[in-house]
Design a protein around this ligand. Structure first.
Ligand SMILES: [Zn+2]
Length: 360
């Protein structure tokens, strides 16, 4: 029964999992494998099958070509030997040496013990020298679960971290940081929760409020970190989890000129507000980076379709993220180029030859 709305349905009511209506809407589809312009994937997590050996790397090249991703940025948060080994492999490949670059990482183990910051800075300096082009992905554990040496929760704006984020600015290493998760993961999983299905399928994605800081607490700490270091470039992963509230994201961009957003895994929010998202991307065209997160080549074309086309009412590739339909936001070429590669090249001055494969 839906009181005051309609009568009770006749017969057995399907579950949310079983109800899959087929759209009868006939509209053109312009899904294409390749992006219109070459792309930097700023949020890359390729694995051993892609970058684990020279042979794997050389198989990876044609896969990237098939979707027009020219440069993969590996956001594995690795430093030291693991980083230099990864870079050495890439350098051994004639065809791939300018198509993969690595971010370095920060280890938050031991914050609060004397010398932690100096050690972390020395590591960043060494990694930058070895070829790292930025820092990250600083994972969501930073804020949610990372602890200080004394056992207390490490807050994102802890003053002990300040010298390290200052050093990042001095070394011109942009800091790519994933904070929290969608806001719906921080509240009660009732039938009004937009991510009810996902949290029912993956209960570990919930952040019960008796054990975790709230979404807004984490956002406040993150913003305080960004504000404290105006000379350091920060990239908020997943558009800072504000793609469902572009007004809030716009305020953040206005207040913090040192902050950009990466758009991975929030396509379902961009594509459900095509007019607002179009205007937002045009207004903040210098502040948004393309990133995909998990490497599934067949999923990239959904991004091209949302960003490049005027297509109406099509499915997202993951129905537990979004059971609603998406629309193309029809960005002008000049904006696409910024989002696809120009902004990424601007904030990573250390790209070197990898920057040369892009149109001038
Ligand atoms: Zn990631």
């Amino acid at each position: 029964m839906r009181p005051r709305t309609c009568l009770a349905p006749e017969g057995k009511v399907p579950s949310i999992v079983d109800y899959r209506p087929k759209s009868t809407l006939k509209v053109p589809s312009t899904m294409r494998m390749k992006a219109k312009f070459p792309v930097v994937d700023f949020h890359g997590h390729p694995g051993g099958a892609q970058i684990g050996s020279v042979e794997a790397l050389e198989r990876f090249g044609p896969t990237l070509d098939s979707i027009n991703v020219r440069l993969m940025v590996v956001a594995g948060n690795v430093s030291g030997d693991r980083l230099t080994q990864g870079i050495a492999l890439v350098n051994q490949s004639k065809t791939m040496k300018d198509r993969v670059r690595f971010l370095t990482g920060i280890s938050f183990n031991g914050v609060g013990t004397p010398g932690w910051a100096q050690k972390a800075i020395a590591q960043l300096e060494a990694d930058a020298k070895a070829g790292a082009v930025g820092i990250g992905e600083v994972g969501k554990g930073f804020g949610l679960s990372a602890k200080k040496a004394d056992g207390s929760r490490l807050k994102l704006n802890d003053p002990e971290l300040a010298p390290v984020f200052e050093a990042a600015g001095r070394l011109k290493l942009a800091v790519f940081i994933h904070t929290a998760d969608p806001q719906e993961f921080f509240r009660e999983v009732d039938y009004t929760n937009e991510r009810w299905l996902e949290q029912s399928l993956f209960p570990e994605r919930r952040y019960p409020q008796d054990r975790y800081p709230s979404f807004d607490q984490l956002m406040a700490e993150r913003d305080s970190l960004f504000r404290r270091h105006p000379k350091t470039t920060f990239v908020a992963a997943h558009l800072g989890w504000h793609a469902n509230d572009l007004g809030r994201l716009g305020k953040m961009f206005d207040a913090m000129p040192n902050v950009l957003g990466e758009m991975g895994a929030v396509l379902y929010d961009i594509g459900r507000q095509p007019r607002a998202a179009h205007d937002f991307f045009v207004k903040y065209q210098d502040r948004i980076l393309f990133g995909k997160d998990s490497f599934q080549p067949e999923e990239y074309p959904y991004y091209w379709r949302v960003l490049e086309t005027r297509d109406d009412y099509f499915d997202y590739y993951r129905d537990y993220h979004a059971f609603w339909k998406l629309y193309g936001i029809d960005l002008p070429d000049a904006v696409l180029k910024k989002v696809y590669y120009q902004n990424a090249l601007r904030i990573m001055p250390a790209l070197g030859a990898a920057a040369m494969g892009f149109p001038k």
